[in-house]
Design a protein around this ligand. Structure first.
Ligand code: C2E
Ligand code: CA
Ligand code: CA
Ligand code: CA
Length: 278
């Protein structure tokens, strides 16, 4: 097993058998890692382009593994999905997010917080029941929560996904379509899912200020979303030029390294305090 450093540590298995055993051991480490606080969310702000305020944040999970070091979600999320452990991870992230929403609220900040939901989970009635019980039992205002789902995820059963999301929507939770533009039956999802927000994938946003084709796609997506009554978030904003372009085409919110990398809950509180004083 080789470890190479990138943004975090990434596991490279040298054989299929080794890969399978790494998967199993990581999946079986999950409960302990949750209990010891090694799995936790960071939060990345979504900035309102009209007011300049941090309108909401997105929870992005991190796993600081006791032997493998910092693991990236792109690596361990698919693995936990395959191992049938993604429900446990998600309930943990939602629990942390609710706790942090309450902490920010006690400092006078109402911050809507988004959590990513794997599409496969929307097909599990048991999971949907547990998640609903968690939200109801916590006493959090559900209007402070957003669930982000990807189009590809809901793909195989849009009607089932729509019914599950409809339950959260009637509680007051907002629903966001993630990675918009990268899926295959985008219009079906726009029609069927009870959406409030659409996040344009970074691959379209990145060069929109310098590439005419991308600019047209981004602008027309924003117009379409607005016609449907949805708010639009541009993800992966890294440059001032890009931000300027997005403002010029009436994009509602922007997220990306230019505004902030994902940071811990205490750092979000500091940003919110600064924003409130301006
Ligand atoms: P995503 O939901 O599309 O999240 C955006 C990813 O882009 C995050 O990577 C974020 O750190 C990164 N990012 C943000 N701004 C920029 C930017 O300006 N430039 C670039 N190059 N990247 C940027 P991260 O945190 O590694 O998460 C990767 C993916 O893992 C997420 O993609 C999401 O699909 C998944 N994920 C993260 N947390 C959870 C979770 O709690 N549950 C589930 N099911 N999936 C999660
Ligand atoms: Ca997301
Ligand atoms: Ca995304
Ligand atoms: Ca993505």
């Amino acid at each position: 097993l080789a470890l190479t450093s990138g943004i975090g540590w990434h596991l490279h298995a040298t054989s299929d058998a080794e890969a399978a055993s790494t998967e199993l051991s990581l999946a079986s480490d999950l409960d302990d890692a949750i209990a010891t606080g090694d799995v936790y969310p960071l939060y990345q702000p979504k900035k309102n382009l009209r007011t300049g305020e941090i309108a909401s944040v997105e929870a992005l999970v991190r796993w600081n593994h006791r032997t493998h070091g910092m693991l990236r979600p792109d690596h361990f999320i698919p693995l936990l999905e395959r191992a049938g452990r993604i429900a446990s991870l998600t309930l943990h992230v939602v629990t942390c997010a609710i706790r942090d929403v309450e902490r920010w609220r006690s400092r006078g900040h109402q911050v809507t917080t988004a959590v990513n939901l794997s599409a496969t989970l929307l097909e599990s009635t048991a999971f949907i029941d547990q998640l609903e019980d968690l939200i109801r039992g916590s006493g959090v205002d559900p209007r402070l929560l957003i669930f982000e789902v990807t189009e590809s995820a809901a793909m195989h059963a849009p009607d089932v996904a729509a019914a599950a999301l409809g339950r959260f929507k009637s509680l007051g939770v907002a629903i966001s379509m993630d990675d918009y533009g990268t899926g295959q039956s985008t219009l079906t999802y726009l029609k069927k899912l009870p959406l409030d927000e659409l996040k344009i994938d970074r691959s379209f946003v990145e060069f929109a200020h310098q590439n005419r084709g991308d600019a047209v796609l981004v602008r027309s997506t924003i117009d379409l979303a607005h016609e449907l009554g949805l708010k639009v978030v541009a993800e992966g904003v890294e440059t001032e030029e890009c931000l300027k372009f997005l403002t010029s085409v009436d994009c509602d919110l922007a997220q990306g390294y230019l505004i902030s990398k994902p940071i811990d809950a205490a750092s979000i509180a500091v940003l919110l305090d600064i924003g409130a004083r301006q």
